[in-house]
Design a protein. Structure first.
Length: 242
């Protein structure tokens, strides 16, 4: 005859494995969305955060049953859940960057925090809530993005450019004017020291520009290259703002 206690443990173990795999699958979905859109904290990060959160919650729920004694030792399973929230808060804070008044990474940090909550819900057996939150995640990331583009006229893009121009002809002033007239905002500008242009005696200045806007970056590049005295201009990096 089979031991009923062993059968119950096997059933409970299968349930725990199922909850852990659910957390892994749902977290991977969120990470896949981030990966496909070229965002930080992609597939691997989100899958690890969600699965680990579920595992910690399962440990909190079932990991101390062998030491519990009725009327003597009582443990609170919610204590680990509270620590997960605190720990993920620190992880999310490290993803947020503030530079010259511009804040970036908020959506990335929120996604990591959300994935941890999804994993906790799956580990706690609240699978329906976990599924609903994943569905809402895709509604926010795709539905709200399309809505904001329609209402606001486009999604802001951060572009880093490198410009080289001949010094002493007011070129930089003209280029900055063309950027603002094209509907872009200048976030940061760093200028290098003038250098001799290949031994010709003509000083050449290189400038790195961080700009943001909702226009076409290719058109911006064209406007800048048309400015008098511009030697070269090109993309360094481009990213959709969160």
């Amino acid at each position: 005859m089979s031991d009923p206690t062993l059968s119950a443990l096997n059933g409970q173990g299968l349930l725990q494995i199922g909850e852990l795999l659910l957390a892994f699958a749902l977290s991977s979905l969120v990470g896949l969305e981030r990966q496909l859109r070229g965002k930080p904290a992609g597939l691997r990060t989100q899958a690890l955060v969600g699965t680990t959160s579920a595992l910690l919650l399962l440990v909190s729920k079932y990991g101390f049953t062998d030491v519990l004694v009725t009327g003597h030792i009582v443990l609170d399973p919610s204590r680990v859940a509270a620590q997960i929230v605190s720990g993920v808060g620190f992880l999310g804070a490290g993803l947020i960057l503030t530079r010259r008044g511009a804040v970036r990474g908020l959506t990335t940090a929120a996604a990591v925090w959300e994935t941890a909550a999804i994993g906790m819900a799956a580990g706690a057996g609240l699978w329906l809530l976990a599924l609903i939150v994943v569905a809402l995640h895709f509604l926010v990331t795709y539905g709200y993005t399309a809505l904001s583009r329609r209402v606001l006229g486009g999604q802001d893009t951060a572009v880093q450019l490198e410009l080289a121009y001949r010094d002493g002809k007011g070129v930089l002033r003209e280029v900055l004017a063309s950027i603002t007239e094209s509907g872009w905002a200048i976030r940061q500008l760093s200028t290098g020291e003038p250098v001799d242009e290949e031994g010709t005696g003509k000083p050449l200045v290189r400038v790195t520009l961080d700009v943001s806007g909702s226009g076409d970056p290719a058109m911006l590049l064209q406007h800048m290259s048309d400015a008098r005295g511009v030697k070269s201009v090109g993309f360094v990096a481009q990213e959709d703002l969160d």
